[in-house]
Design a protein around this ligand. Structure first.
Ligand SMILES: Nc1ncnc2c1ncn2[C@@H]1O[C@H](COP(=O)(O)OP(=O)(O)OP(=O)(O)O)[C@@H](O)[C@H]1O
Ligand SMILES: [Mg+2]
Length: 291
């Protein structure tokens, strides 16, 4: 592993009696992509929110770059704020301001939080919009954009704050299938550009293609982690195997067999990125979502 950007050490978080994170350890190398997978309720969102200190764990340490917070030692508000400023988060559903144009949404943080001069903030916002393929939508309102386009604006908005780390929580799971590919292409391009990212996704094929590291979280602990090839194609732990079986072939996992099942053509299976000539998929794809 190269230089470590993110260190998570023995993180614990409960909601009432419900112990959600039970001693999570994780390291993320600078410039790498970590994909976090795991069953519903296993604590993936809670872990991401802890990295962004939107959730406050009771114990454990989160370090991002030179900023380290020991949650067991009652950190101050300014320490929490400083940790939060290290990462940008993209949620399942975009949270754009509906009464502001696309570009106004993007410059908001740089102008009012980071006090960046207006001309410079606008110029950077336009570059980011170019990067996510939406420069022609700069002056439109979010309501006139598709879900996938709104999500790409959400990504540009998070990038505009120049975080050291990007966090994605199921960024495509609320989208229409035909807009999923556009968002995944943007995330893949960020990976190529060297962004450090932690991504929660059920898009296993995508994970195979972009991840440097895959971690499987179950019941609040990381049960298995390693290269995408190892974890996704040859998992050691039975719990990882069972989870992947359910995600990749939910009907078989439920015992549905034979002519009850659709024969899915191979071109439609889990691949939003494979054809370099058509970066944006034109076919409807079967996306492993809703599992
Ligand atoms: N704000 C909260 N208050 C109370 N309980 C919560 C809160 N947030 C999460 N939980 C509980 O913590 C557990 C883990 O939730 P979390 O959202 O982290 O899971 P997840 O792995 O992201 O699941 P999914 O795949 O469904 O998004 C669940 O039992 C959930 O009910
Ligand atoms: Mg979640």
């Amino acid at each position: 592993m190269g230089e470590i950007l993110v260190t998570v050490d023995n993180l614990h978080k409960s909601f009432g009696q419900n112990k959600v994170l039970k001693g999570v350890d994780l390291k993320v190398a600078q410039g790498s992509v970590t994909v976090l997978i795991g069953p519903s309720g296993s604590g993936k969102t809670t872990l991401l929110r802890s990295l962004n200190s939107l959730t406050r764990p009771e114990a454990g340490i989160v370090g991002i770059g030179s900023v380290t917070v020991d949650f067991g030692k009652n950190p101050s508000k300014s320490e929490i704020r400083e940790l939060r400023a290290q990462s940008g988060m993209v949620f399942q559903a975009h949270h754009l301001f509906p009464h502001r144009t696309v570009i106004e949404n993007i410059v908001e943080g740089p102008l009012y939080v980071q006090k960046e001069p207006q001309a410079q903030a606008r110029e950077r916002a336009l570059k980011l919009l170019e990067q996510v393929g939406l420069v022609d939508k700069a002056d439109d309102y979010p309501s006139s954009l598709s879900g996938g386009q709104q999500q790409r604006v959400g990504i540009a908005r998070a990038l505009a704050m120049r975080p050291k780390l990007m966090l994605f929580d199921e960024p495509t799971s609320a989208l229409d299938p035909e807009t999923v590919g556009d968002v995944l292409v943007v995330i893949r391009d960020l990976a190529k550009a060297g962004w450090t990212m932690v991504i929660v996704t059920h898009e296993i094929r995508f994970a195979e293609q972009v991840a440097d590291h895959v971690a499987f979280l179950d019941s609040g602990v990381i049960v298995e982690e390693g290269s995408p090839k190892q974890v996704l194609t040859d998992p050691r732990e039975p719990r990882t195997r069972e989870f992947l079986r359910r995600v990749l072939d939910p009907l078989a996992a439920e015992g549905v067999q034979g002519d009850q099942r659709l024969d899915v053509p191979t071109w439609a299976k889990f691949d939003h990125l494979s054809d370099p000539q058509t970066p944006y998929p034109r076919e409807t794809v079967i996306s492993g979502e809703g599992i």
